[in-house]
Design a protein around this ligand. Structure first.
Ligand SMILES: Cc1cc2nc3c(=O)[nH]c(=O)nc-3n(C[C@H](O)[C@H](O)[C@H](O)COP(=O)(O)OP(=O)(O)OC[C@H]3O[C@@H](n4cnc5c(N)ncnc54)[C@H](O)[C@@H]3O)c2cc1C
Length: 388
């Protein structure tokens, strides 16, 4: 492992890998990524990887839309495959969220995002397998879908390495050395690396990594469950990705015969101690909701599942910023259940912030570190906060 680097990245999830690649694009190639396990072994490898634009705020809607352009043009933009599959994305909300949905679609439309409000009659054309009830409201994004977290993360890492980055696996950062208010070095299990710049992209572990140097960041890990289901392909060869806010869960196809469903109460848990399996009673309840939304799913069966961590902030939006008070320290943390779909633009904007002093491609100041103490949190149109 090298003993000096221009930038040290802590964390080899999709966020660390994307930033590393984008640093290389801007000419910063003497970089080192430290990963305590293997690439994508944190939240990234447990993600549903849904790529949709439906948000309540322009900053995340824009980031998702621009990122979609990169996922769908990945070989040219990055190199390699993203595994993106266009399925269309249907949002369904209940009566109480109808105004929120109308607001979000109008806001997205104003940003040039391909989305529209649709009726039950429209669904007969777009997604005839989906059942909605009187008083539910819908929006449709024809170009949305899902991608492959492993392909995206490893493609970013491979291209970064080809440009000069070093990636060291199974080597945790154990300390960040600060002197005179500046970053000086990172201590790892394999030795010390001198560097003027450290980026913390350690997912659910970021609170601990930053806490070691006295930086208190409001991150709370919550557990989200995922089930893999075999669907009756003779009756249900295809279905769109659905954000079912009315029933507080989501699902998407997973290849030609499987469906991946995300659900749960998002309870606060310990990063090292949480239950990584699925609660059968909660899963059975989610299967009931799935069957209400797509009646043909009554013949689907459960294959297996897992749980992962959303690293939440008080407004369920990430923190993308320099850490105030310590020169050379940056963080890209708190993705709250939607970091995958934003990862291409997080890489672009964080690299610009680090190399050029400000994000130039788009304004990320709504995601600044200080917004919590300023009381300037981002709002959501819905109570189901992952769609914040
Ligand atoms: C169940 C589930 C479903 C999701 N569904 C979606 C979805 O549909 N769409 C979407 O956009 N997002 C989704 N997300 C969110 C998305 O997956 C995450 O926001 C994203 O993967 C976060 O990436 P990351 O790189 O920040 O974190 P991580 O993937 O957790 O990566 C952090 C890495 O840092 C490493 N690390 C930690 N400490 C150290 C250290 N001291 N030294 C070195 N390395 C360290 C870890 O080992 C880990 O690999 C979902 C998440 C979960 C859990």
């Amino acid at each position: 492992m090298k003993s000096t680097a221009d930038v040290v990245m802590i964390g080899g999830g999709v966020i660390g890998a994307s930033i590393l690649f984008n640093l290389g694009r801007l000419g910063v190639t003497d970089t080192l990524l430290l990963e305590k396990d293997v690439l994508g072994s944190g939240s990234t490898g447990r993600s549903q990887a849904i790529c949709r634009m439906h948000y309540s705020n322009p900053v995340t809607a824009t980031m998702a839309w621009e990122s979609l352009g990169i996922f769908t043009n990945f070989d040219e933009a990055v190199g390699g495959e993203s595994g993106f599959v266009e399925t269309g994305y249907l949002v369904v909300v209940g009566q109480e969220d109808g105004a929120g949905l109308a607001h979000n679609v109008a806001m997205q439309y104003g940003l040039g995002i391909d989305t529209m409000r649709v009726t039950a009659k429209d669904l007969e054309e777009i997604a005839p397998m989906v059942s909605v009830t009187e008083g539910e409201f819908m929006a449709w994004e024809p170009q949305s879908g899902y991608a492959d977290t492993y392909m995206v993360t490893t493609s970013y890492a491979k291209r970064a390495r080809e440009m000069g980055a070093e990636i060291v696996l199974r080597n945790p950062a154990t300390a960040i050395e600060i002197s005179g208010g500046r970053v000086k070095a990172v201590v790892t299990a394999e030795g010390r690396v001198e560097t003027p710049v450290v980026v913390v992209a350690a997912g659910p572990w970021s609170k601990e990594v930053l806490g070691q140097i006295g930086v208190d960041v409001p991150l709370v890990p919550v557990r989200h469950q995922v089930a893999s289901i075999t669907r009756p392909v003779d009756k249900l060869p295809l279905h769109p990705t659905v954000g079912d806010i009315a029933q507080s869960f989501s699902f998407r196809p997973d290849g030609s015969s499987l469906t991946m469903m995300g659900f749960g109460d998002d309870e606060e848990v310990g990063v090292e101690t949480y239950n990584q399996g699925v609660d059968m009673d909660v899963m059975a309840d989610a299967m009931g909701r799935l069957t209400r939304r797509i009646p043909a799913m009554s013949e689907a069966y459960y294959r297996g599942g897992w749980s992962g961590l959303f690293t939440t902030t008080p407004d369920w939006h990430p923190i993308l910023d320099a850490v105030p008070g310590i020169d050379g320290l940056y963080c890209a943390v708190g993705f709250s259940g939607h970091g995958f779909k934003l990862s291409p633009m997080i890489g672009v904007t964080m690299a610009e912030l680090i190399v050029e002093g400000a994000a130039k491609t788009m304004d990320i100041s709504p995601l600044r570190f200080s917004r919590f103490e300023e009381g300037d949190l981002l709002g959501s149109s819905y109570r189901y906060r992952v769609l914040a």
